[in-house]
Design a protein around this ligand. Structure first.
Ligand code: FMN
Length: 185
């Protein structure tokens, strides 16, 4: 069997998590495109439970990083790295109480992640900040981002221009099963 290549499958297959960025900011059109690709994501019953907060202020992102690491007695290196200095972080929140909350937001985050690849940018999903974002101090940041109280953090996506390529981590083909039909040997 052969993989069929086209711009969409190539963006999906070539995507890697990028953890090193240049100083170059994103253009307004790039940020707008990423947000529209997030908004275009499917959501159960088209309830569109996800809100997006795009932060491009480096000082604000650094302030958040410091506050998150100071909130932990022994912050992990993942938390300390937070957004890897990316010039833009898009935070996604899902409406609390919806049956598909979390799943809708994660799907929208992946749309942004793959769209970044299609635009020639790099990105990484950020889940490590979840506990902080769901804490009382995280609630204050949520309010600062203009997100209503009844929305909970799901994921963030850091986006920028890659400084180093991402590592090509192999995938376990044994995770795929072709289910045989009743009459197949
Ligand atoms: C739900 C979720 C949360 C993640 N959180 C982080 C994170 O906080 N920091 C990070 O560097 N990468 C994070 N990642 C990226 C994964 O580490 C990465 O996708 C995985 O190692 C596979 O590498 P690849 O994306 O380059 O194929 C997260 C991925 C997912 C799906």
């Amino acid at each position: 069997m052969e993989i069929i290549h086209n711009p969409v499958t190539d963006a999906i297959l070539d995507r890697r998590s990028i953890r090193s960025y240049t100083d170059e900011a994103l253009t307004e059109d790039e940020v707008h495109t990423l947000l529209q690709c997030g908004l275009r994501a499917p959501s159960a019953h088209n309830r569109q439970t996800t809100r997006f907060a795009a932060v491009q202020d480096r000082k604000l992102l650094e302030k958040l990083r410091l506050e998150m690491t100071e909130a932990e007695e022994e912050p992990s290196r993942w938390l300390k790295a937070f957004h890897y200095g990316a010039p833009c972080v898009i935070f996604l929140f899902d409406r609390r109480g919806d049956r598909w909350s979390g799943i809708n937001g994660a799907i929208a985050a992946e749309n942004i992640h793959v769209a970044a690849q299609g635009l020639g940018l790099g990105s990484v999903l950020i889940g490590i900040i979840r506990d902080f974002m769901l804490s009382e101090r995280g609630e204050a940041w949520k309010a600062r981002f203009g997100i209503p109280e009844d929305y909970d953090f799901v994921l963030a996506v850091a986006v920028g221009h890659p400084d180093k390529p991402g590592r090509d981590l192999p995938r376990d083909q044994e995770n795929i099963v072709y289910v045989k039909g009743e009459d197949e040997p």
